[in-house]
Ligand binder design. Sequence first.
Ligand SMILES: *Cc1c(COP(=O)(O)O)cnc(C)c1O
Length: 343
Amino acid sequence: MIDLRSDTVTRPTPGMRAAMANAEVGDDQYGDDPSVNALQERVAALLGKEAALFVPSGTMANQVALKMLTRPGDDVLVGDEAHIVWHEAGASAANAGVQFTVIGQGGRFTAADVRARAKPRGHVVQPGTTLVCVESTHNRGGGFVFDPVEAVAIGQAARELGLGTYLDGARLFNAAVASGRSLAELAAPFDVVGVALSKGLGCPVGSLVAGPRALMPLAMQARRRYGGAMRQSGILAAAGLYALDHHYDLLAEDHANAALIAQAVAQTPAAIALDDVQSNIVIFHLPASLPNAATLVARAHAAGVWVQAFGPRTVRATTHLDLSAADCATAGRVLAAAVLAGA
Ligand SMILES: *Cc1c(COP(=O)(O)O)cnc(C)c1O
C-alpha cells in the first residue's frame, strides 16, 4: 500500500530508533533532560528565537502559543482554512477562549487585510484584536509557502497596531526547503513560531514552540495545564535531533515526489492549482462530472494507493520519508486513472 494520507504515517527508521534507545534522559519537569534541553536550544537557534519548548503535538504548540499571546475574549486574525480553526476540535475556543476573524482568501492575506480588520483594544463593544496567525506551509491550501515578503509587511503592520504574531509552522521545515530561505528568515517576522517534528521530519512524536524567553513561563504553564508536561521525554527529543541531522535534507525529495503526483493529476479534468504545489502536499478538487472524493479514495485504495478525502469533492495526497519516487509515480498513475474512470 502506498500511503499518502499524511506525512504523519511514517515509522521511525532503525537509525532513529537507535538514537532514541541511546538517548541521555532526566526529569524534564526539573529541567534535567539533556536531550530535551539540546533539542530546545537547537531549534530556538535554527528559528532565530531566544528559547523553545518541547510539546507533544503541533496542536499543543498552537494552543500554547495562544496562551502566550492572548487573553480570553480576544480576537485573533487568521487566514482562511487554517489548521488552528479547522483541525483542533475547537480547542482555541475551549482553551484560550479566543474568537477568530478570518481574513484574506485560501490561507493568503496581506498587511492591508490586517490593518482593515483589526479591532480596537479597550472598546466597550468590540472584541480587541491582539494576535495575527499565519500558517506556512499551508495545509488545506495545498502546501504553498506563505509569501515571505508579505509576512514581513504583516509583522510590521502588527507591531504598529500593537498585535502579537504567531506562525503555525508545523511544516516550516518544508517551507524553508521549498523557498530556499532559512528557517530563521521565515520565522523572523513572528513573535512566536510552532514547528512539528512528526510531519516531514519523520519523528514519532513532538513539536516545539519558540519565542522570547520572557514568554516561556506562560508557555510552560499552559503546557502543564494541558497535560503536556513530560518527564524523560529525551527519548522523544533524541528522535528530533536525529531527524534534524539526517532527514531535513531529504524533504526536497518529498517535494519532487509531490510534483510527480500533481503533474499526473493535472493531465485529467480534476482541478488542481499546480502553482500551489510547492512542497509535499497535493490537493485537487473533483467537479460534479467526476467521481466524488469518497469514490476516488475507494478506487485508489483498491489499486494500492491511499489518499485522504479532505472534503466531499476534495482529495489530499501527502508525500513523505517512507515513499520513493517510483511509489509516487505509481500513485500519480493510479489517481489519474481513478479520476478518468468517471463518476
Ligand atoms: C498537522 C498540523 C498541526 C497539528 O499537528 P498535530 O501534531 O497533528 O497536532 C498544526 N498545524 C498545521 C498547519 C498542521 O498541518
